[in-house]
Each structure stands twice: as structure tokens, then as C-alpha cells.
Design a protein around this ligand. Structure first.
Ligand SMILES: Cc1ncc(C[n+]2csc(CCOP(=O)(O)OP(=O)(O)O)c2C)c(N)n1
Length: 361
């Protein structure tokens, strides 16, 4: 058996702290920063509540949280135009919220209710909202990449000006679909931005345990496209890098690979006891909390009082509690109608069939 790679603390956490000087001036409009702060806090409280609701068995199936990755969710969404398309992996609640989908409908989807964003048919890993141009939520690692690339091809062929952003995890860069997709996007000049949310781990395997190239943006050179490393704990850095890549894709159809270096504060999914990361590593990444960082910046350079930040926290907590109430009171989907949204063509529905029995002859 191959020796298990050491818990990943390869100096990145410590180094990250050293290479992040406090900005010497206010970097953005305070109102805008407060908006990002609220969105990030909403994701934080929503995900904490999701973990609680999972433990209370209100949510079933697989469930992956964006805790610690809030700056990537909000920064990516802020760097896109409302008409641009977003494809994500299964760790996507935060992206749905950052795109402006009502938290009530996101929570209802996690509860598997008819009022959910995917009418209760998708659950945590399959959030989909065509109005907000969130094109899913995919459970198969790398599954979103060929679809996002195909969407880019469709936009190019129909001469539309919209851009596709395709989010993925770090381990996804080791999947065949990653390489095929980037190759075609570069070859055909497709308006797609590939955004790695690099939280350092694919389940329990650290980046250096699964990838021959550890600096993942360097993989872009194989396809002659720009590869950009971004501080994924800094919402403004993520927004600005995304905006630049998205506008480059829009202007001359040059795809980009972004490597957003971030951390996840908990295990891979809500049932992962997270035994492969050392206490020391966890302590250090907690010190890099993107929300605390933005709060400090707002206080120190924006002149915002702690009281104002606390009020925002109270307000988002009410929103999240309201979302739970809404989800809890919403009806379950009618089993008679389950196939209605699953297939483009009509399929006979036999909800009385037992598991393992063919649904139709
Ligand atoms: C094709 C495929 N292989 C394996 C799995 C099981 N699996 C689910 S998540 C995951 C790790 C992916 O890690 P990464 O791409 O870094 O994303 P993250 O979970 O960190 O967001 C694996 C191996 C899967 N869902 N699909």
C-alpha cells in the first residue's frame, strides 16, 4: 500500500499569512464590501444550519458544505454578469445563494420539498435555476466540465456574448474530462472560465498526494491558456480575477484556468469525521477565516463599527431560520409526478414498483 500522504500543512497556511499584507488603504466602496460581507455571512450561517438540520435528519443523502470557502462563492458571483452561466460541482449551496437564489428555495431543496429550487428532485448536490443561470450542481467529479464546455460552444456558435464559469475542486484537475475540456476550449476558443476552488483536499487526499503538478494553475500551460493563482480567502481578489477572466473570455473567447486557493473548515461532507488533518493544520486555517478577515478590514479601514457587523449577523440568522421554517412547512413532491421533470420524453411512472424492479417493461 502507498504510504498515506501527511496531513496537508506543507507550509501553505503559514506562508499565506506572511504573504498577505494588510491593505494600506480602503480597497473598495464600503457599501459594496458590506454587501459582500452580508452574503458571505449568509452562506456561513446557512451552512452551519444545514449541518444541524442534517443531524436532525431533516436532510438526507450526500451533503457538502462551503464553510471556509465563502469568499470564493461570493467573489466568483460578483465577477460575473447576471446573464453569464455558472456550472458547479456538488459543493454548491454557497454559489446558489451568491447568485441570488432565495435561501428559502435552497433550504427547501435540501429538505427535498416541492418548493425547492429543483422542485425537491435534486437535493443538495443538484441545485439548478435557469433564471439565475445556475446550471447545476453535479455529483460526478468532473461531470460539469464537458457540459460547461459544450455550453461555451453553443454560445460561440449562436454568437451570444454570455460567458460560462465552471467551478470545480482541486482533485477534479486529475480527471480525464478536465484535460479534454480545457483542450477543446483552447482549440476552439470557447468563452469558458475554469475556476478551481482549491481547498487542498480531494476527500482525504491532499493535492500533492493526487497531482503530479502541485501548483494547479500551471496545468493551463498544457493548453496554452492563461493560468492564474488567486488568494481564495480574499473576496475582492477573487472578484477581480474572475472579472478579468470573464471579460477576456467575452472579448476574444480566450478561456482561463483560475486556481482559487482556499480551505474547507470541516470534513469533505457532513458525515466525514475529518481525521486526516492535524490539529495544528486546522488551527492555522481557522486563522485565515475569510469572513473574519473582511470584518477586520471593514472595521480597521472602512470605519465600520462592530455593532453594525453584529446587526448583519442577526439579520442573516433570521433569514436562515426563516428558510428552515419555510422548508419544514413545504409539501413533499407527489410521487406520481416524479418522472415529470426527469426525462424530456414521456416515461410511464410506476411509483408502486419496488426498488430493483424495472419501472416499465
Ligand atoms: C468520477 C467520480 N469519482 C469519484 C467520486 C467520489 N468522490 C466524490 S467527491 C470526491 C473528491 C473530489 O474532490 P475535489 O475535486 O477536490 O472537490 P471538493 O470536494 O474538494 O470540493 C470524490 C473522489 C465521484 N463522485 N465521481
Amino acid at each position: 500500500m502507498r504510504p498515506r500522504p501527511k496531513a496537508r500543512d506543507n507550509g501553505r497556511a503559514a506562508q499565506a499569512q506572511e504573504t498577505r499584507p494588510r491593505p494600506s488603504r480602503q480597497r473598495g466602496d464600503v457599501e459594496e464590501l458590506l454587501g459582500y460581507y452580508r452574503q458571505m455571512l449568509l452562506i456561513r450561517r446557512f451552512e452551519e444550519k444545514t449541518a444541524e438540520m442534517y443531524q436532525r435528519a431533516k436532510i438526507g443523502g450526500y451533503c457538502h458544505l462551503n464553510l471556509g470557502e465563502e469568499a470564493t462563492c461570493v467573489g466568483l458571483a460578483a465577477g460575473m454578469q447576471p446573464n453569464d452561466y455558472l456550472f458547479t460541482n456538488y459543493r454548491e449551496h454557497g454559489y446558489a445563494l451568491a447568485r441570488g437564489i432565495d435561501p428559502d428555495r435552497v433550504m427547501a431543496e435540501l429538505f427535498g420539498r416541492e418548493t425547492g429550487v429543483s422542485r425537491g428532485r435534486g437535493g443538495s448536490m443538484h441545485l439548478f435555476d435557469v433564471d439565475k443561470r445556475l446550471m447545476g450542481g453535479y455529483a460526478i467529479v468532473g461531470g460539469q466540465l464537458p457540459l460547461a464546455t459544450g455550453a461555451g460552444l453553443a454560445l460561440q456558435r449562436t454568437k451570444q456574448k454570455d460567458v460560462v464559469v465552471c467551478q470545480m475542486g482541486d482533485a477534479t484537475t486529475n480527471i480525464g474530462a478536465f484535460h479534454e475540456s480545457l483542450n477543446l476550449a483552447a482549440l476552439w476558443k470557447l468563452p469558458v472560465v475554469y475556476a478551481i476552488v482549491n481547498n487542498g483536499y480531494g476527500m482525504g487526499t491532499p493535492v500533492e498526494g493526487g497531482s503530479a503538478v502541485v501548483e494547479l494553475h500551471e496545468k493551463a500551460c498544457a493548453y496554452g491558456m492563461p493560468g492564474v493563482e488567486v488568494d481564495g480567502d480574499d473576496v475582492l481578489a477573487v472578484r477581480d480575477a474572475t472579472r478579468e477572466a470573464v471579460e477576456r473570455a467575452r472579448a476574444d473567447h480566450t478561456p482561463t484556468l483560475m486556481n482559487l486557493k482556499s480551505y474547507r473548515l470541516r470534513g469533505h461532507s457532513v458525515v466525514d469525521p475529518d481525521r486526516y488533518r492535524s490539529e495544528d493544520y486546522l488551527r492555522r486555517i481557522r486563522g485565515l477565516d475569510p469572513i473574519k478577515r473582511l470584518a477586520d478590514e471593514l472595521r480597521d479601514e472602512g470605519g465600520i463599527e462592530t455593532r453594525t457587523l453584529d446587526e448583519i449577523d442577526d439579520e442573516v440568522e433570521r433569514v436562515v431560520n426563516g428558510a428552515v421554517e419555510f422548508a419544514d412547512e413545504s409539501p413533499e413532491p407527489n410521487p406520481e409526478k416524479l418522472f415529470e421533470l426527469s426525462y424530456a420524453t414521456e416515461v410511464p411512472n410506476q411509483p408502486s414498483a419496488l426498488p430493483g424492479q424495472a419501472a416499465w417493461q
